[in-house]
Each structure stands twice: as structure tokens, then as C-alpha cells.
Design a protein around this ligand. Structure first.
Ligand code: NAD
Length: 266
């Protein structure tokens, strides 16, 4: 549920990547409640259509566009942006939520994993953004929110490749933000600690297996290590993304906004 009014993003067209994943899925629902028109993209068509069915009663069928795309494929990125533009017009907002975990401890890393993590989390996201940004530049308007991570602000154990890719996201967010604000376009990043999605579950499961404890114990340990005593919900992260897309955030530029229950201090 959105904490914002149903006028806050009225008529704005927002493209959300990773909309089949936990954070992207919830963000689509929150933005719909704010009156946005939505392009939702991911690789799982069935899941996208399931999400579409949830959005239709809120925004109407004519205001939801579904397009599957593997963002690592240049042609699919181009088709995504072209078709979104054609279906719902100028893209006012972009939420880059697609991402993958990856890695393990340094001695386990291989080149293919590092390339894949950097490709999805950094390179492909940057080049998708470039396509949307070129249209925003013509209009001198637009808001972009990138999903980085707490791991993009500091090292996290067993997460070298992922952390490097998320540091890269903050690097390009802040560099691009300086260029883009000259054209009235804002770029920001959100940096969550653990969020209650498959990505976090996989990471916690892997760590629990290594320690020889159950997944449930691993989840409890992860929560206990956070000052607030719990991991974030997808709704909490979606609301932060939503805020960054509104006019209320109009002087927030190049930020890397943390949401971690205080975990960033540990
Ligand atoms: P998720 O795994 O639930 O969703 C990620 C989505 O990205 C999936 O739908 C997946 O299909 C999509 N994706 C991956 N590769 C793709 C590709 N090549 N083309 C198109 N789509 C692709 O994860 P989430 O928790 O929703 O994560 C969303 C973002 O938030 C990610 O960038 C992640 O790194 C970041 N994040 C998550 C957490 C967490 O604890 N869940 C913490 C910090 C940051």
C-alpha cells in the first residue's frame, strides 16, 4: 500500500525493471496507488501478467504495459524502451530494480560469475538507462532511481563481486546525477540492507549451510544482527523509491539513501 496520495504521480509513466522480483513487484503496486502509468519488465512473462492483473483495478488496463526482456541483450533493451514509449508515451521515471546476487568468498569466485554480476547489476543497467535518458534529455525532465545496496557502501563478507557491482552503481549514479541535474533530471540510488525477497533468502540460506545451521536459524541470526531486530519489507523499500520519484524529493540529487534498520552502523 502506498503512503502517498493517488495524485502524487498522476499520469507519470514509470518503467520498472526487475518487476518480477520482490522489490520491483511491490514498487509497481505502490506506484500504481500513486496514479502512475506503468511499464513492467522482467524475464518471467507469467509473473508479469500476474502483476498486471493486480494493477489493472487500480490504474486501468490501458495504463499498464508488459514487456519481457533480458536486459543483458542490447536488442531487447532497445525493444523494451521503444515499445514502452510507443505504448504509454514519454517515460517520466525509471526504476532500475533488476539485479542478481553472486559470488561467494574470493577463493570461490570465477571469471564468468564476476562478468555476469557486473554485466547485470552495472553495465546493462547503465546502458538501459542511457536509452531512457536520451529521451529525457530532449524533454529536460525525468527521475531515475537505481537499486544499489548497503553492500555498495561498504564491504560485506562473502560478497565481493556483488559489492563491487553495487559500488559501481553508486559511482555512476553520482557521476550521472551531476550531469543530469543540469537538464533538470534527477538520479538517485537506494541502498537497502537485507530485504525480505528471494535474493536475501538465497544469500542467508548459503551462509546458513556453510555454518551448518537451518535456514530458519540463519534468518533469525540475520535479523538479530540488525539494530531494529528485523530485515526490511519490500513495501518499505518501495515507499522510499516512490518518494524519490515525487516532487517532494525535487532537491534530492545523487543520493545513496540507506534503508537497513540501522545495520549500516554495524
Ligand atoms: P529479486 O531476485 O527478487 O529480483 C530481481 C529481479 O531482477 C528478478 O525479477 C530477476 O528476474 C531480474 N533480473 C535479473 N537478471 C535480469 C536480466 N538479465 N534481465 C532482466 N531482469 C533480470 O531481488 P530483489 O530483492 O527484488 O532485488 C531488487 C534489487 O534490489 C536488486 O538490484 C538487488 O541487488 C537490490 N537489493 C536487494 C536486497 C535484498 O536483500 N533483497 C538488498 C539490497 C539491494
Amino acid at each position: 500500500m502506498s503512503i502517498f496520495s493517488n495524485e502524487a504521480l498522476k499520469h507519470k509513466h514509470v518503467l520498472i525493471t526487475g518487476a518480477t522480483g520482490g522489490i520491483g513487484y511491490e514498487t509497481a503496486k505502490v506506484l500504481a496507488g500513486m496514479g502512475a502509468r506503468l511499464t513492467i519488465t522482467g524475464r518471467n512473462e507469467e509473473k508479469l501478467n500476474e502483476l498486471k492483473q493486480q494493477l489493472i483495478p487500480v490504474v486501468g488496463e490501458e495504463n499498464v504495459f508488459v514487456k519481457t526482456a533480458d536486459l543483458t541483450v542490447e536488442k531487447e533493451r532497445e525493444e523494451l524502451v521503444l515499445s514502452a514509449d510507443k505504448a504509454l508515451g514519454f517515460i517520466n521515471g525509471l526504476v532500475n530494480s533488476a539485479g542478481i546476487g553472486g559470488g561467494g568468498v574470493v577463493e570461490e569466485l570465477d571469471e564468468a560469475t564476476v562478468e555476469r554480476v557486473m554485466n547485470v547489476n552495472f553495465k546493462s543497467t547503465l546502458f538501459l538507462t542511457q536509452l531512457v535518458y536520451s529521451r529525457m534529455l530532449e524533454k529536460k525532465e525525468g527521475d531515475i532511481v537505481n537499486l544499489s545496496s548497503l553492500s555498495g557502501l561498504r564491504g560485506t563478507h562473502g560478497n565481493t563481486a556483488y559489492a563491487a557491482s553495487k559500488f559501481a552503481v553508486i559511482g555512476w549514479t553520482q557521476s550521472m546525477a551531476l550531469e543530469a541535474i543540469e537538464h533538470k533530471i534527477r538520479v538517485n540510488a537506494v541502498c537497502p540492507g537485507y530485504v525480505d525477497t528471494e535474493m536475501a533468502w538465497n544469500s542467508i540460506r548459503k551462509k546458513a549451510e556453510k555454518k551448518g545451521v537451518s535456514f530458519e536459524e540463519g534468518m533469525n541470526e540475520a535479523a538479530a544482527a540488525i539494530p531494529s531486530g528485523r530485515i526490511s519489507t519490500t513495501e518499505e523499500v518501495a515507499n522510499m523509491i516512490a518518494f524519490l520519484l515525487t516532487d517532494a524529493a525535487r532537491n534530492i540529487v545523487g543520493e545513496a539513501m540507506k534503508i537497513s534498520g540501522g545495520n549500516f552502523m554495524r
